[in-house]
Ligand binder design. Structure first.
Ligand code: PEP
Length: 260
């Protein structure tokens, strides 16, 4: 992935059958020929990965799992291992998505174990963090980000900036239609960069890419991507429509590569 190109990642959550996912991937590969100025990552549900990987084979579009278990194998009904994601065509996995943390009650310990397990299996990680509304209202945003970063990355021996992306996704903005203002997102991204820099001093901490996620649509994308600390987006709802997803990508490319 190149340095300045925005990363436009799609989290489909529990949407799209494998067949629908393949159709989207085929449409995207055609459109992406003209949109070669961004790095696309698709995170379909686990059942679609292998088929969608086939549809993406001749493209530079990369694939992510939405979740994984930290164990290599065993009696974990309903779970998928990192090796299974790799064998299904994934280069990436999302870890710590707010729905995993708050709907499925994934613990700090679970998330901390998953990140090194993913990296050792050869996956790159999109590490999702973000505060809840009540935490923001109490002025605790920085404290929550600090806690999530220092807990979740505690078992890494170094900071693998080329294999790890941080996605700042305020919980109050995910799936709500309430997008963070560029000021709110810019402030949180600056805090994340500072926290990472303190925990992992040196160039790798400075180079890590930080995405914004939370109700991004084509009408909010330009103002957000203009913020220098925002390197791309993790998009849920708006990524389900291939035209809207590509519109956001085109806006991001124009702002970053032509105007920034
Ligand atoms: C997400 O699920 O990561 C997300 C950002 O969702 P949405 O864009 O729908 O808010």
């Amino acid at each position: 992935m190149s340095d300045r190109r925005p990363i436009i990642a799609a989290n489909w959550k529990m949407n799209k059958t494998p067949q629908e996912g393949v159709k989207f991937a085929e449409q995207l590969t055609t459109k992406a020929l003209n949109l070669g100025r961004v790095d696309f990552i698709l995170a379909p549900s686990a059942t679609g990965l292998f088929h969608i990987h086939g549809a993406l084979r001749d493209s530079a579009i990369e694939l992510a799992g939405q979740n994984m278990h930290f164990a290599e194998r065993g009696a974990y009904t309903g779970e998928n291992s990192a090796a299974m994601l790799v064998a299904s065509g994934c280069q990436w996995v999302l870890i710590g998505h707010s729905e995993r943390r708050h709907v499925f009650h994934e613990s700090d310990e679970d998330i901390r174990k998953k990140i090194p397990a993913a990296l050792s299996a050869g996956l790159k990680v999109i590490h999702c963090i973000g505060e809840r509304l009540e935490e923001r209202e109490k002025g605790r945003t920085r404290e929550i980000l600090q806690h999530q970063i220092s807990n979740d990355l505690a078992d890494l021996s170094g900071f693998p900036a080329d294999k790890l992306i941080i996605a700042y996704e305020p919980v109050w903005a995910i799936g709500t239609g309430v997008v963070a203002t560029p000021e709110q997102a810019g402030e949180a991204h600056a805090q994340i960069r500072e926290i990472v820099g303190q925990l992992f001093p040196g160039p790798s901490g400075e180079q890590v890419k930080i995405l914004y996620g939370g109700s991004v649509k084509s009408d909010s994308a330009a103002a957000l991507i203009r913020i220098p600390g925002i390197d791309g987006f993790l998009i849920g709802g708006a990524s389900l429509d291939v035209d809207e997803y590509c519109n956001i990508a085109e806006i991001a490319a124009t702002e970053v590569l032509d105007n920034r």
